[in-house]
Write a new protein. Structure first.
Length: 186
């Protein structure tokens, strides 16, 4: 299991991500190396040297957050450690939903690029926003439609083919997606 968290260290707040094994033991905890966009207003940069792949019975598991999936050196760290399953976390794609640069098209492309090189399973999870959450934002007049509800099309990509395992998730689905992955697939 992978879990994204906000982690405080002294006066700094980091975007953290971890891998937890079936026994509840934490195998990997790391911080996003460079916050992007407005994240800089809140979060500090992580050390950048904490990209670690954990050995589990299911395979070698690693994580990258958001734009780290687009950074060749971050991806190379995973490749060198023989990654077999990658948890790829992405933000809510409903903000300015018409822009390709901040869309699931970009995220899916990054996931396919990683799985083609590493020949690994990619579990690409996205954050969603409910309409109730958007209503709580109390957006200013004229900002209607700036944030779309849902916009969290999480998917699982199989090795080499870039195909989605278990079908396409509805962008408004709030729950878990899963797929049976045979050990031979990794």
């Amino acid at each position: 299991m992978s879990l994204g968290v906000s982690e405080r260290d002294g006066d700094d707040l980091f975007m953290g991500i971890g891998v937890i094994n079936p026994n509840g033991e934490t195998l990997v905890v790391r911080c996003k190396s460079k916050p992007s966009g407005r994240e800089w207003d809140v979060f500090a940069s992580g050390p950048g040297n904490d990209v670690t792949v954990a050995q589990t019975p299911a395979g070698n598991v690693g994580t990258l957050r958001s734009n780290e999936n687009l950074r060749p050196l971050m991806r190379a760290e995973l490749y060198q450690q023989d990654i077999q399953i990658q948890f790829s976390s992405w933000p809510h794609f409903g903000l300015f939903s018409g822009r390709r640069a901040v869309s699931y098209v970009l995220a899916a492309g990054a996931s396919v690029a990683i799985e083609r090189v590493a020949k690994c399973v990619i579990i690409a999870a996205t954050q969603i926003a409910s309409q109730a959450y958007i209503d709580e934002l109390q957006l200013p007049p004229g900002a209607d439609g700036a944030v779309a509800a849902g916009s969290g099309p999480s998917r699982i990509f199989e090795p080499v083919m870039g195909e989605v395992i278990g079908g396409l998730a509805d962008p408004t689905f709030d729950g878990l997606i899963y797929a049976d992955i045979g050990r031979g697939a990794v």
